[in-house]
Every structure is written in C-alpha cells, then in structure tokens.
Design a protein around this ligand. Structure first.
Ligand SMILES: [Zn+2]
Length: 504
C-alpha cells in the first residue's frame, strides 16, 4: 500500500502528536489577523464549557479519557449537543448519540460513503514562511470546534503535504479534492507554485492507484508583466482542471498588491478566459470577499476589487464558462466580526457581499455563477450558526441549489470533517425559512446536501459515475479503512500504521 508520506514527514507529525493534548479551555480573545476567527464571544465560551461538561460526563461513562472521547463520533455528537444548548436546535443530534458510542459510530459509518468533492483546499510548500495560518488553526482549536487542534501547538509542518493528505483523505469523509493556491508578488509567498499543484495532484492520484482523487488549479494573474505568455505555456504543460484568480491582486501581501483587476475587464481579464476556453477549461474560480471593514480602512483602494459587481458582466459575456466565486464573496471572514454580518442580516435581510452574489441570476439573467463555501461556512458556523443558516438559505434561494458548491478552505481550519458534520446536521430554523422564503436543507444525505457536497462539483468538473464507483476499491480507500481500524484517534498508532505500510 504505497502511501506516499516520507518517513521524515511522518516522524515530524508523530512528534507533534506526542505533545500532550490539553483541554480546550476558554482562553483570552484571539487577536484579529488574516484568516483568523474573530475574538471568542460569550456564546462561544458557553459552548466550550458545555462541550467540556459533556466530555467529562460521557467520557467517564464510556471509560475513556476526555481527550479520547472527543476523537470519537460520540465526541463529535457531544459538541453539536453543546452547540444546540448554546444557540437553539439548529443541528440534528440527540443525546443518545453522544451517550451511546455504538449509535454514533453507526451513524458515522452510514454516512462515510457520501460523495464529498471539496474543490477548495490548500497546503503550503516546504519553504513557506506564511506562519499566519498556524494561528488560524490554533484559534479554531481554542474555539472548541476541532478538538484535534485544541491545546496542541501548531507548526508550519501541520500546513504541509503530509498533514494535508492525512487531514483531508484519512481524517475526513472527503473523496475528491482540488488543490488550490494563491499568488503573491514574491514567489516564496505563493502557497504552492503552479508546478507544485500539478505535482501534488499526480502524487495523490498515484497514491490512490490511478483513480481521480485530486484536481489542481492554475493560478492566473492578469496585469502582471509576462503573465499571459506564461499562462499559455502552463495551460498546456500543467493541464490544470480549472483556473483561479485573485481580483485583489495580492491577497497575501496586500500592501504589495500592484495589479488588482476586474473580472469584466476586457483588456486584462478576457484574454485569459479566451485562452482557457480554447484549452478546454470550463471553470474560472475567483477569490472574492474576505475584506472586513478594518481591512478596508488599511487598503481602501482595493475595496472595489473585493466586491462582486464585476461578476455579472463577465458571466454574461462568457456563457460557455462557469464562474465559481470563492468564499461566495463573504466579506466578514479574515478577521471580520460575525456579529457585524448577523446585525446586517437582521436589519436588512442581506449580508455583504453574499446577497449581492445571490441576486445576480435574477438581476442579470445569467445561470453560470456559482457560490463556493470556503471560509464562509466554517467561520459563520463556528461563530453563530444562525448566520450560517441564513447565508446558506440566501445562496440557495438566489443561485439555485445546483449552484452552491462544497469547498472548505481546508486545511486552514484543520481537517474538514467538522465542517462536513456541521452541514450534515444543520437546518435552517423554521421561522427563518418562513420569513425569508428559504427552503429547508433536509437530511444529511438528502438531495440538497448531496448536491452541495458533491453532485454539483461532479457536474462542473465532469466527474462520472464510473469514476465515483471506482473510489470505493482504490488504494486510498483500503488505506483509510485500515487507518480507521487502527483507531479513530489521531494517534501515534495510526501514524505508525501508515508509516509501516509506507516502508513496506
Ligand atoms: Zn482558499
């Protein structure tokens, strides 16, 4: 079973895991920064205390340590019980599930085959210096959402390939993932070079034994001198599955953003669409949103590029292309305050710039605009699930359920499994449905959630039923089953298993 984790990578991971996992204690507020959740709120503290109380109670009953309990399916259920205690019954979960490990395990096993195609994932190359993402993972741990990250110091190693592979393909029910990236004026600050994304795709697909598990992006940078010629070359050499651009120009180093662009700029952007289309690419992904008011204050000139008012015309001019708007244009992530978004939703029934995106089909008569759920779902669910429910309702009502697509921005917030579980369990409260004309989200594996988790992306990327069927028997599935049998925990035992297989 050739799992391509290098021994030294595994050694580093195992070392990190040996560090004692402390309890996810309420902590001082987290300072705001790139991709950082906002400071912990009163409700989050209460959620954390409830989670810990359930942990104490159920772990003792089940003869486990609390740490171990939180790594089980019953432990995950307990966290959602605590969510409902804090916010009201937005998540489908029962006390029996948290109290009865067999019941929780049965539910988890029943859903583990669900087709989940996460077309927005990241890791960082080996020489990266982007340490900000470490703080993002630590903050998610402190907030109590991802017990695997709680109290465990995160390092740059946690953001690299080995841990990416583990958290996405072994620790979560994700079946297929797209390796994305981000450009910057300094090549060392690209998350991954375009070559590295292509190489990682090949590596994962080879690991799986030839099934199609990984897709990869080619990043395009309109306006940068020489970029178009390079793009033309890379379209051929790297055979990307789709392309991705940042209208903000340089999101990682905003002070250096010299080349912002608009999606409907005929001179800057359209040549890229034309070349992509000619190369057989149908999907153009664009990063939007993640530009809260405090960021606007620092970079007011970049604000127009972060909104979505350039989407409609590009979509109308290029009906053969699909425009997939990453983060669905959600403004208030990346250090923004969820309370601001929720206050806006309550006062006006709208959220910047999610509602603007959702209104495009009705206003402009286009049907090739999509909303990706990266960060928008994680950050809102974590901070106030009412907002998560409201934005899901808004996107589905406006774009249509067939144009809301799964992306998690993993592994910035750890393994995507908690996000998967959150969407499986989330329902829009009935009074909210009535007030805004939202459709219910329905069962964990009902038509709405199945479409969002995988069906829509499968259609966008031409992923066939035969390709889907092949996954259950590939090397990665075999490895995951063995990994799970070795213990559901993220333990040294599990790593050891993978390492032994790798060596053999
Ligand atoms: Zn991203």
């Amino acid at each position: 079973m050739p799992i391509h984790l290098q021994p030294e990578e595994l050694a580093r991971l195992a070392h990190a895991d040996e560090l004692r996992l402390r309890l996810p204690i309420p902590s001082r507020p987290v300072s705001s920064d790139e991709f950082m959740p906002a400071p912990q709120s009163r409700q989050q503290r209460s959620f954390e205390a409830r989670t810990l109380a359930y942990g104490r109670e159920f772990a003792r009953h089940q003869g486990l340590t609390r740490r171990r309990f939180f790594q089980t399916a019953a432990g995950m259920a307990a966290a959602f019980l605590a969510m409902n205690d804090t916010w009201g019954p937005l998540f489908a979960v029962s006390r029996a599930e948290a109290a009865t490990p067999e019941r929780a395990a049965e539910r988890a096993a029943g859903l583990s085959g669900q087709f989940i195609m996460d077309m927005h994932t990241h890791f960082l190359h080996d020489q990266t210096r982007l340490a900000g993402f470490i703080r993002s993972r630590e903050a998610v741990g402190r907030a109590g959402w991802n017990p695997a990250l709680a109290g465990k110091p995160q390092s740059l190693e946690d953001l690299k390939y080995a841990n990416y592979f583990k958290e996405v393909f072994l620790d979560s029910d994700t079946k297929v993932a797209l390796i994305s990236g981000s450009a910057s004026h300094d090549p060392v600050d690209w998350f991954l070079s375009n070559d590295q994304k292509r190489d990682a795709r090949a590596r994962i697909n080879a690991t799986a034994g030839g099934t199609r598990r990984a897709f990869s992006h080619l990043i395009f940078t309109p306006g940068v001198p020489g970029a178009l010629e390079r793009f033309e070359r890379e379209l051929v050499e790297l055979a990307p599955d789709s392309i991705k651009g940042y209208t903000i120009g340089d999101n990682t180093n905003k002070p250096m953003a010299r080349w912002p662009w608009r999606m409907d700029d005929e001179k800057l952007a359209y040549p890229y669409y034309e070349r992509a289309l000619k190369a057989g690419i149908r999907n153009v992904c664009v990063h939007k949103g993640l530009f809260p008011p405090h960021t606007e204050q620092q970079f007011p000139h970049l604000l127009p590029y972060c909104r979505v008012d350039d989407v409609a015309r590009a979509a109308r001019d290029w009906p053969q292309l699909n425009f997939i708007i990453y983060h669905s244009g959600y403004r208030y992530a990346a250090g923004g305050r969820t309370e601001d978004a929720w206050a806006q939703a309550q006062a006006s029934g709208r959220v910047d710039w999610v509602s603007d995106l959702a209104e495009i089909p009705a206003r402009h008569g286009v049907s090739n605009v999509y909303g990706d759920l990266g960060q928008i779902f994680a950050q809102s669910t974590m901070a106030d699930p009412h907002l998560a429910a409201f934005m899901m309702g808004t996107l589905i009502r406006g774009l249509g359920v067939e144009r809301v697509v799964w992306g998690t921005d993993a592994i910035w917030t750890g393994s995507p499994q908690w996000q998967i579980e959150a969407l499986r369990r989330l329902e829009i409260p009935e009074d909210m449905q009535r007030r805004h004309g939202f459709q219910p989200l329905g069962a964990a594996d009902g038509p709405v959630k199945n479409a969002i988790f995988g069906g829509n992306n499968a259609r966008l990327y031409g992923y066939t039923e035969a390709q889907r069927q092949a996954l259950a028997g590939d090397l990665l599935s075999v490895a995951r089953r063995a990994y799970q049998k070795a213990g559901t925990s993220r333990s040294n035992l599990a790593y050891g298993f993978v390492a032994r297989e790798s060596a053999g």
